[in-house]
Ligand binder design. Structure first.
Ligand SMILES: C[S@@+](CC[C@H](N)C(=O)[O-])C[C@H]1O[C@@H](n2cnc3c(N)ncnc32)[C@H](O)[C@@H]1O
Length: 562
């Protein structure tokens, strides 16, 4: 019934439910109320009140039905499903006991209404720019019996708290000690619809915090800034926004603030399929923060669907959590990839020897680059010469080095390369040929004469080497990996000590890793890395550059040896 109310009837219902009794009633709302020129009967009002008591939002639904998505878009008015509101409140309760709850962009007041029983002593402050939404929010708060605790400021949140103080000197103003929870769903509005003066405000505001910002940021980034400017150490917050700030250039200011003053603690992303919003198909992110916090690890979680009773707090039952250390995030320009790491077990399907369930529970991942440096193997400049063939048959064994020269050698070796026997040899001569014994010189001279004849001294690489004849293979890498194929890379523990050409990457530990840890790493990478983690080229080839491979997430060494 209510979902088909006219604007006049909607305002009439809100008035009947007591909207003007909520502090902050403004001249603009009063003017709208006068223009409504209609009333609703007592029975309808009673039924509405009962539904609001029952946790429904009939006025908010009527508002959304009245204004089509295209009309709501300029103000980003999409109301939040109650399960998400409840989960965000549950997280908040575990992190703050607030005296004020502030909902930036209050809409119909879903956050404030549900916060009321969770924080029974807190003031409930809404900030809303749209007078019709503000009237509805007030009606809901009044119908729920929250008149004495509530205040709605009809103003732009970027003017908060000055507009708030101006409208309600006593009720809403925070003293230096007032502990505030900022919670809500800041509007999603792209920069094209944002006025120049606010873009100037954005750049100035971030600059005052020592952060460079882009003018192209969406409105939710403005809301984060307004929150930062109003908040004090010890305040906490949970904001639901579009997830794009995690990755895009204009999100860099917010990413910097997240690791700085905002005190970011976690990010939960909701995939579009999670259907966070009935009329918006986008990945959303819930950003969890406590001002002044400096978490050494940030928790990421990715939810594919939302369900009643879902929780954002972190406990043993959340196997899908990924903890990423602060300094990884400081280096990493794109964060959503990190939340996509899959500590979930695929063990049964792959026969992984790791105790993956334990790892998953631990959820304690770091970038591979923290444990190992990844180097592409050496390029020779002329494989037909330097991979030993007929002309190398008289060379001394000391310069014929068993080397992985084809990706398929690693593929057929599988998880362990235990022998050098099947590998081809690469001719790796010393830079200074006088290091060779006298008896070794003649066959080497003969080989080099033949190599010169075949142009091996004129290749680009040969001309840029210290000595054109010295390929200079890298030291044996404890783990080798293929990096370009139509399949995920193969990771192989290089027990045999083979060298590798540039058809493979070598993983060289930066920290001491035991044999069990090296094998644990190979097992983990072998079962978790997917084709999608790399870069896919036309024709379906997937490639992992060394730095990309270093960004793969792996368990910490202590978990690897478990
Ligand atoms: C995504 S809705 C969220 C509504 C409500 N908090 C909820 O979660 O159900 C965003 C709200 O912000 C309001 N809004 C948009 N721009 C605003 C601004 N600059 N200042 C304050 N509120 C604004 C919109 O009118 C809308 O009600």
């Amino acid at each position: 019934m209510t979902s088909t109310l006219s604007q006049g009837a909607l305002i009439a219902a809100a008035l009947r439910l007591g909207a003007p009794t909520i502090s902050g009633w403004s001249a603009r709302e009063a003017a709208l109320a006068r223009a409504a020129a209609t009333t609703i009967d007592a029975r309808t009002a009673r039924r509405l009140r009962e539904r609001i008591w029952g946790g429904e939002d009939p006025l908010g639904e009527a508002f959304s039905a009245l204004r089509a998505p295209e009309l709501r878009r300029p103000l980003g008015a999409t109301y939040t499903p109650p399960v998400i509101v409840d989960a965000m409140l549950e997280w908040s309760r575990a992190h703050i006991a607030p005296e004020r709850v502030v909902d930036p962009g209050t809409g119909s007041g879903r956050f404030l209404l549900r916060a009321a029983p969770v924080f029974p002593r807190a003031m409930l402050i809404g900030v809303e720019i749209d007078p019709l939404a503000a009237i509805i929010g007030r009606a809901n708060l009044a119908a729920a019996g929250l008149v004495r605790r509530s205040h709605i400021a009809l103003c732009d949140y970027r003017d908060f708290p000055s507009c708030d103080v101006a409208q309600a000197p006593g009720i809403a103003r925070a003293s230096a000690r007032t502990r505030t929870l900022f919670i809500g769903n800041p509007p999603y509005v792209r920069h094209h619809l944002i006025e120049t003066r606010w873009k100037d405000w954005l750049v100035r505001g971030w600059r005052s915090l020592g952060i460079r910002a882009s003018r192209l940021a969406g409105l939710h980034v403005h809301f984060f800034l307004a929150t930062l400017l109003a908040a004090r150490p010890g305040d906490a917050g949970a904001f639901l926004t579009a997830a794009e700030w995690l990755d895009v250039n204009y999100g860099s200011a917010l990413r910097a603030a997240f690791l700085g003053k905002l005190g970011g603690m976690g990010v939960v992303t909701l995939e579009p399929r999670a259907c966070a919003f009935a009329d918006a198909a986008t990945t959303s992110a819930i950003t969890l923060f406590r001002i002044g916090e400096r978490a050494s690890q940030i928790r990421f979680r990715r939810l594919k669907r939302i369900a009643g009773g879902m929780s954002l707090t972190y406990g043993a039952r959340h196997a899908q959590d990924v903890r990423v250390s602060r300094h990884v995030l400081e280096r990493e320009p794109r964060w959503s990839k990190l939340s996509a790491a899959r500590p979930q077990s695929r063990t049964a399907a792959t026969g992984n020897r790791m105790r993956s369930a334990d790892l998953a529970r631990q959820g304690d991942l770091v970038q591979l680059g923290e444990l190992c440096r990844v180097h592409r193997g050496q390029a020779t400049g002329a494989n037909e010469v330097w991979i030993a063939g007929e002309e190398a048959r008289d060379l001394p064994a000391s310069v014929l080095i068993p080397t992985v020269t084809r990706a398929r050698e690693l593929i057929s070796a599988g998880r362990v390369l235990g022998s050098l026997e099947s590998l081809r040899r690469v001719v790796d001569l010393p830079r200074d040929l006088s290091d060779l014994e006298a008896s070794q010189r003649p066959p080497v001279e003969a080989f080099l004469k033949a190599a010169r004849r075949r142009g091996a001294d004129r290749s680009y690489l040969a001309r840029h080497r210290h000595a054109w004849w010295s390929v200079q293979l890298r030291a044996p890498a404890p783990i080798l990996a293929t990096y370009m194929a139509r399949r995920p890379p193969v990771f192989t523990r290089n027990v045999a000590g083979a060298r590798h050409l540039n058809i493979a990457h070598g993983l060289y530990p930066r920290v001491e890793l035991s044999e069990a840890q090296l094998m644990g790493l190979v097992d983990y990478l072998s079962t978790r890395v997917r084709v999608e983690d790399g870069r896919t080229y036309a024709g379906g080839l997937t490639k992992f550059e060394p730095r990309e491979m270093e960004r793969l997430l792996v368990p910490r060494p202590d978990a690897l040896s478990a």
